[in-house]
Design a binder for this molecule. Structure first.
Ligand SMILES: Nc1ncnc2c1ncn2[C@@H]1O[C@H](COP(=O)(O)OP(=O)(O)O)[C@@H](O)[C@H]1O
Ligand SMILES: [Mg+2]
Length: 290
């Protein structure tokens, strides 16, 4: 198991000024200095408020977490404080929350175990705890770990390339993305949350930013791949619908390629054989085609 690079002191740029809010997901808010990012886990009420909004609002409002969405989320948290939790904490919300949390924890563990120190993830450093100044309330955050900042998420990078009509490069990056997925499978790891905001661009590499959703259990992989079979346009599933609208041929070629590669038979071909696999539960059980 690779340990993060341990420093005696945090990089000075983390404490020199206020860190910029760079990105956010359902469970974390990410702040950046020039070369590093630190992560703030959201509180349970924040996550539940986001899940509620996600249920209540049409998809298009949720495409990019904006200032308005943040305000709405804070309002929802206010409402949650005055009405009984039995009303808003429906079993569905609880389920979504529980799934996010268990997948996030397991993904982090698998990342530390199998990916840290490889070129598939950004470098992580750890240092004695420091307080950093961040935008927004309460303004301070204690951290003892930072991750190398990537130039952009793969989603942002592809959006920029299509805007500039650099379609050949778009296809190249999409191919690299499929290559990255295959190198994960060869290590016995599969991502159940392969949204392109969870991947970053570093030089000519793609790295995994968000380990949440990584699994080493073949049964889960199998279930996911059964679902993949009915997805007509994988690029839409990955959040690339609006991005590839300008180049429908690229989208169609990518979808075809995806179908060729992200299916049971092909994943199984890359998956470690029984004796090499990391744990007995990750063993393909119903491997009729092998
Ligand atoms: N190393 C990084 N460099 C630049 N941006 C990052 C980095 N890590 C995360 N981000 C940004 O923060 C967002 C949220 O981080 P993520 O780990 O995906 O949290 P969540 O588990 O809440 O989805 C990402 O979608 C991305 O935009
Ligand atoms: Mg994420």
């Amino acid at each position: 198991m690779a340990t993060p690079h341990v420093l005696l002191q945090a990089p000075p740029e983390l404490t020199e000024g206020q860190l910029r809010r760079l990105g956010e997901g359902i469970g974390k808010v990410v702040y950046a200095s020039e070369h590093w990012v630190v992560k703030r886990p959201r509180s349970p009420t924040e996550v539940v408020a986001l899940i509620l909004l996600w249920k209540l609002l049409p998809r298009r409002f949720l495409q990019r977490p904006s200032r308005r969405l943040r305000l709405l989320r804070i309002c929802v948290q206010g409402v949650m404080r005055v009405i009984p939790s039995s009303i808003w904490l429906s079993s569905h919300v609880k389920d979504v929350w529980r799934i996010y949390r268990t997948r996030d924890r397991r993904g982090e563990r698998l990342k530390r175990l199998h990916l840290e120190g490889t070129p598939l993830v950004p470098e992580v450093i750890s240092f004695p705890p420091i307080d950093v100044k961040v935008g927004g309330w309460p303004g301070w955050l204690t951290v003892s770990e930072a991750t190398a900042r990537v130039e952009a998420t793969l989603h942002q990078h592809l959006a920029r390339l299509t805007k500039e009509k650099r379609f050949a490069e778009v296809e190249e990056w999409l191919d690299r993305f499929l290559d990255l997925r295959r190198s994960g499978w060869r290590r016995g790891l599969f991502s159940l949350d392969a949204h392109l905001k969870n991947f970053g661009v570093a030089g000519d590499r793609i790295v995994l930013l968000d380990a949440g959703g990584l699994t080493d259990r073949w049964q889960e992989v199998e279930e996911r791949l059964v679902f993949e079979e009915v997805v007509a346009q994988p690029h839409v599933q990955l959040g690339l619908g609006p991005v590839l609208a300008a180049c429908p041929e690229v989208a169609a070629r990518f979808d075809a390629r995806w179908k060729e590669i992200v299916n049971l038979e092909s994943v199984l071909r890359h998956w470690p054989r029984v004796e090499e696999s990391t744990s007995s539960i990750s063993t393909p059980s119903s491997s009729g085609s092998r």
